[in-house]
Ligand binder design. Structure first.
Ligand SMILES: Cc1cc2nc3c(=O)[nH]c(=O)nc-3n(C[C@H](O)[C@H](O)[C@H](O)COP(=O)(O)OP(=O)(O)OC[C@H]3O[C@@H](n4cnc5c(N)ncnc54)[C@H](O)[C@@H]3O)c2cc1C
Length: 387
């Protein structure tokens, strides 16, 4: 198998690298470190800059203002950005935007697509509810047609980007009489609409997510995406676009641990000379490389017009479990210091791997749980019956 890139792809990779080097300031680096999966003011500015320079639309068709490039280029872009923990437009660009392109009305497309590409509009994904996560179709949030409007009532949870997004990409029930998958619709709800309340929800790893409450929220009927009661199929389509899963954070996390082992002296010699530490780090390095190659294989399938459905589930499990392996290895290698938080001056590598240790369980939930992913692998990959 030949993994080498074409000269054009090599050139593209160099351009991405140059762009990052030019614009990744020490302040932005500090902010992304602080914010992790949130976006601060500098991160927002950076997204706008990417928008202005055309970096947000690498894979978008030219007719919608994108560059019309292939999956490999998108992957190269994501890999480089994720290595630095930089924002990339998230699911607005990779999932909601492409769905809107296919099923949205001309008015919605005209209004939203250019602003998504310029980084002005960001969606928070409003699917999950307190009693509807893996079993998403049980959701209760209601959208009721009233003349030229829909009126929304209900609650979402884990609406991660709601505190910095401009709109919510909302899945709500429009027909309570229909079978549960058939009565759902997608709406675009401005985050500043009257009746929307956002409450912070801190995860174990200190990341901010949110609860969002909708009380008599009135939006124009034109904000319905596609046809009424087709929301379930549009969500399936949106999830199908989420096949490029950033993987480089595992390399970044491992690098932290490697740096620590090289810099830390124990009994007069660096930890990196300790056989067990070397063995543990080498094992993790094999996993990091495996993830990268498997990710590349999935993206190659996309490039060939195939849907790496099972592969995306494998990757999601592998990446989240690898973060766990790195966090656990850090605890072993750093000993009692491993538990010190960032604000403690004695915290190794600014407490990053302590935070990872608290935070890795969320990777196993966010984007669909690993058990649900395993069900997909069993069913679609191994041809087993539904669980
Ligand atoms: C950090 C974070 C960010 C998130 N961001 C967003 C977001 O922006 N927007 C959004 O809409 N959602 C978001 N989510 C929600 C996420 O998609 C859900 O957490 C996930 O789908 C699981 O739902 P749940 O939390 O209700 O768990 P449940 O579905 O209640 O699952 C509980 C446990 O039961 C297991 N389980 C459930 N069903 C099955 C089954 N059929 N077979 C085997 N095991 C099963 C699960 O694997 C899990 O271990 C986020 C979650 C997290 C943790």
């Amino acid at each position: 198998m030949d993994f080498s890139l074409t000269p054009e792809q090599e050139e593209f990779k160099r351009q991405v690298r140059d762009f990052i080097e030019e614009h990744l300031s020490a302040e932005l680096r500090a902010e992304v470190e602080r914010e992790q999966y949130s976006i601060g003011p500098l991160g927002k500015k950076f997204v706008r800059l990417m928008g202005q320079q055309g970096w947000l639309g690498i894979g978008w068709p030219k007719e919608y203002g994108g560059q019309g490039r292939g999956a490999i280029e998108q992957w190269l872009f994501l890999e480089a950005m994720d290595l630095e923990n930089l924002p990339t437009g998230g699911l607005t660009l990779s999932s909601a935007g492409p769905t809107l392109m296919r099923v949205g009305s001309e008015e919605l497309k005209r209004e939203y697509l250019p602003k998504i590409l310029s980084g002005e509009i960001e969606f928070a994904i409003g699917y999950t509810e307190p009693n509807a996560g893996s079993d998403l179709a049980s959701l209760q949030t209601r959208a009721t047609r009233d003349g030229d409007s829909y009126v929304i009532n209900g609650q979402k949870i884990y609406t991660s980007a709601a505190h910095h997004a401009t709109h919510i990409w909302l899945l709500a029930r429009t027909d309570p009489q229909a079978p549960k998958h058939r009565g759902l619709s997608i709406f675009i709800v401005p985050i500043d609409a009257a009746g929307v309340t956002i409450r912070p929800l801190r995860t174990m790893g200190s990341e901010r997510s949110n609860e969002v409450f909708f009380e008599e929220v009135r939006i124009p009927a034109g904000n319905l995406v596609g046809e009424e009661n087709q929301g379930w199929y549009y969500v399936a389509m949106a999830l199908d676009f989420e096949r490029l899963i950033p993987h480089s954070r595992t390399r970044r996390q491992l690098q932290n641990l490697v740096d620590y082992a090289k810099q830390t002296m124990v009994d007069g010699r660096p930890l990196s000379k300790h056989p067990q530490v070397r063995l543990a780090l080498a094992r993790l390095a094999v996993e990091v490389e495996t993830v990268r190659l498997f990710s590349l294989r999935s993206v190659w399938m996309l490039e060939c017009g195939k849907t790496p459905n099972v592969e995306a589930s494998v990757l999601k499990i592998f990446i989240s479990e690898l973060s766990q392996h790195i966090a656990v290895a850090a605890q072993d290698i750093m000993g009692p210091y491993a538990g010190l938080r960032a604000q403690d001056p004695l915290a190794p590598i600014e407490g990053r791997l302590e935070r990872l240790y608290r935070g890795f369980p969320m990777y196993k939930f966010a984007g669909g749980t690993n058990e649900v992913m395993r069900n997909i692998i069993a069913q679609r990959g191994l041809g087993m019956p539904r669980g």
